[in-house]
Design a protein around this ligand. Structure first.
Ligand SMILES: Cc1cc2nc3c(=O)[nH]c(=O)nc-3n(C[C@H](O)[C@H](O)[C@H](O)COP(=O)(O)OP(=O)(O)OC[C@H]3O[C@@H](n4cnc5c(N)ncnc54)[C@H](O)[C@@H]3O)c2cc1C
Length: 478
C-alpha cells in the first residue's frame, strides 16, 4: 500500500498540529535538514541550534504517542524521489509555508514532482493566512473563525507510523551567519509552554507599558516569537489561553486585561503580516512602491559598523550588542535599529535586512520584510517614523543602565555623553576611554536629509495611485 508522508517544516510540535490528523494510508513522518537552506543570507547558526533542540523535543513527544520522526538530510526533492522509489507515496501533508524566496522555489520544484507522480499535496494554512485569490475586506473575519477553532489534541491523531531505514542525519556544515549567541532562547514545546504560562500568570501584567524599554521588555513581553516562528507554540493555543486568562482577570485587574488585549492584537498582526508575503512574495526583495527604487546606498563600511554595534551612538550600539548576544530584542528597539540604518545611515533595506534577520532567532520572513520596509518608509501606506536614538536613549534607558550593561567599557562615561555623544567638549573628551568611538553620523542632519528625500517622493503624483493599490492589496482594515 502507498504511504502518506507527513512533512514537518516549521510546525515542530505535537499539540494542535493538523498535519497529524488521521487518513487511510500508512504514515511516514519526516523532517528534512536542507544544507542549502542554511546558506541563505537570512539564515543563521542560532536559528539552526533552536531548530535542533526543537527537533529533539518533537521526536520525544512523538515517540510518547508511538509515532516516529525520521530526520533526513539533503536536497528535499531528491529525498522525496528516493522515498517514492523505495516506499511509494500517495499523499504528502505539510504546513503551508510562507517563507523566503529559496523555500518558495523549493516548494515549486517539489510541487511539480508531486504533480508528475500524481502525489496529492495537502498544505495546512497558517492561522488566517489565505493562499490564492481572496478579498482583503473579509480577512479579519476569517482569522477569527480560524483562531477560535478547538485545539487539536493527541486523541485526534493517527496512532502509528513507519520507521525508515536511513543513515544518521548530518548537521548543516555552514551558515550564512554564525555569530555566537550566548543568551539565546532554547527550543522545544516545553520551554514555549512555560513562557506562555509565566507570561499569563504574572510576567505580562504590565506588558502594555513595559514593552517599549529593552530593560523591562525582556521580562514583560511574552518572548514567544521564536516559538511561533518554529511552530513550537501554536498561535491558536496562545490565543485560547490568553483569552481564557483575560476572562478570569476581568473586573479584578484592569492593567493585566489591557495587556492581554495588546498581546491578542499582536497575534492578529502576526498573521496579517505573513499574509502580505503570501500575497506578494517579491516584497522580500522589491520595494512595495517602485518610486523608492535606487534611492539609498549599499555602503559596506556603514553596514559593518551598524551590525557590529560600532556606530558611536551608545544606545544604538548597546541595542545591537544585546541583539547579537540574545537573538532577540523588543519591537521598539528593532524599529529604531532599522530606522537608523534606513534614515541616518541611508542604507537600502534590501542590503541590511538579511543581516538583521540572521541575528533574530525568531526570524519570520513575512513579519521581517514587511516591517523593515515599513521602517524604511517604502510601503507608501504607513506613516514615516524616523526614530531619534538620543530621545529613545533618554526615554527607554534614563539611567544608562542598559548601555553600561551591554557595553561595560562605558561604566565610567558620564550619563549625558551616553545619551548625547555629539555634544562632547574637548575637556570631556579627555575623560573618555581610549576605545570610545565618535558618532559616525550627525543624527539631526541625517534625519532631516532623509525626511526631505522621502517626503519629496511622497508628493509625486503617481505616489498616491501606487499607494492606493498597496492599500487595497495589503492594508489593514479597521
Ligand atoms: C524591523 C523589524 C523586524 C522584525 N522582525 C521580526 C521577525 O523576524 N520575527 C518576528 O516574530 N517578529 C519580528 N518583528 C516584530 C516584533 O518586534 C517581534 O515579534 C517581537 O518583538 C517579539 O517579541 P515577543 O515574542 O516577546 O512579542 P510580544 O510583544 O509578546 O508579541 C506576541 C507575538 O505577537 C507577534 N508580534 C508582536 N509584534 C508584532 C508586530 N509588530 N508585527 C507582527 N507580529 C508581531 C509575534 O509573533 C510575537 O511573538 C520585527 C519588528 C521590526 C520593527
Amino acid at each position: 500500500m502507498l504511504n502518506h508522508v507527513i512533512w514537518f517544516k516549521k510546525n515542530l510540535r505535537v499539540v494542535d498540529n493538523a498535519t497529524l490528523l488521521d487518513s487511510k494510508y500508512p504514515k511516514i513522518l519526516i523532517y528534512i535538514i536542507e544544507p542549502q537552506l542554511w546558506l541563505q543570507k537570512d539564515m543563521s547558526l542560532r536559528q539552526w541550534e533552536f531548530t535542533l533542540e526543537s527537533l529533539k523535543d518533537l521526536r520525544n513527544q512523538l515517540s510518547s504517542i508511538n509515532l516516529h520522526l525520521n530526520i533526513l538530510s539533503g536536497d528535499a526533492l531528491e529525498i522525496f524521489k528516493d522515498i517514492h522509489l523505495k516506499y511509494g507515496i500517495k499523499k504528502v501533508t505539510s504546513e503551508q509555508e510562507t517563507g523566503i524566496n529559496w523555500t518558495y522555489q523549493r516548494d515549486n520544484r517539489i510541487g511539480q514532482f508531486f504533480k508528475s507522480e500524481k502525489i496529492a499535496w495537502q498544505e495546512i494554512p497558517h492561522i488566517g493566512v489565505i493562499r490564492g485569490k481572496h478579498n482583503r475586506d473579509n480577512w479579519a473575519k476569517n482569522f477569527h473563525k480560524e483562531i477560535n477553532k478547538p485545539i487539536l489534541t493527541t486523541n485526534d491523531y493517527f496512532k502509528s507510523s513507519k520507521i525508515l531505514e536511513i543513515p544518521n542525519f548530518q548537521h548543516p556544515q555552514q551558515f550564512y551567519d554564525s555569530t555566537p549567541c550566548p543568551e539565546r532562547q532554547k527550543g522545544g514545546n516545553e520551554n514555549a509552554t512555560k513562557l506562555l504560562k509565566t507570561f499569563l500568570d504574572f510576567r505580562g501584567e504590565n506588558y502594555q507599558i513595559e514593552m517599549s524599554s529593552p530593560i523591562s521588555a525582556e521580562q514583560s513581553c511574552s518572548r514567544l516569537s521564536t516559538h511561533f516562528a518554529f511552530g513550537t507554540m501554536s498561535t491558536r493555543v496562545a490565543f485560547h489561553e490568553a483569552s481564557h486568562r483575560q476572562k478570569e482577570l476581568q473586573g479584578t485587574n484592569k492593567n493585566f486585561v489591557r495587556s492581554i488585549n495588546s498581546f491578542l492584537s499582536r497575534l492578529h498582526w502576526r498573521s496579517h503580516f505573513i499574509q502580505k508575503l503570501e500575497d506578494e512574495p517579491s516584497i522580500q526583495d522589491k520595494n512595495f512602491i517602485s518610486i523608492y527604487d535606487n534611492l539609498r546606498d549599499e555602503d559596506e563600511i556603514k553596514l559593518k559598523a551598524w551590525i557590529e554595534g560600532r556606530t558611536g551612538i551608545p544606545f544604538i550600539d548597546a541595542c545591537m550588542i544585546y541583539l547579537r548576544n540574545h537573538g532577540w530584542i523588543n519591537f521598539r528597539m528593532r524599529a529604531m535599529l532599522a530606522s537608523f540604518a534606513a534614515y541616518n545611515l541611508w542604507l537600502d533595506w534590501r542590503f541590511y535586512a538579511p543581516h538583521l534577520a540572521a541575528l533574530f532567532t525568531d526570524f519570520e520572513p513575512g513579519i521581517h520584510y514587511s516591517q523593515v520596509q515599513m521602517q524604511s518608509g517604502t510601503t507608501g501606506i504607513n506613516a514615516i517614523r524616523v526614530y531619534n536614538p538620543y530621545k529613545q536613549s533618554e526615554d527607554q534607558d534614563p539611567k544608562g543602565f542598559f548601555i553600561r550593561k551591554n557595553i561595560p567599557k562605558f561604566q565610567e562615561v558620564p550619563l549625558n555623553l551616553l545619551h548625547y555623544p555629539e555634544n562632547i567638549t574637548p575637556f570631556e573628551e579627555q575623560l573618555l576611554p581610549n576605545n570610545w568611538i565618535k558618532p559616525m553620523v550627525n543624527v539631526n542632519q541625517t534625519s532631516k536629509f532623509a525626511k526631505d528625500r522621502i517626503f519629496s517622493l511622497r508628493k509625486m503624483t503617481n505616489h498616491k495611485i501606487l499607494a492606493k493599490s498597496v492599500y487595497i492589496k495589503h492594508g489593514s482594515r479597521k
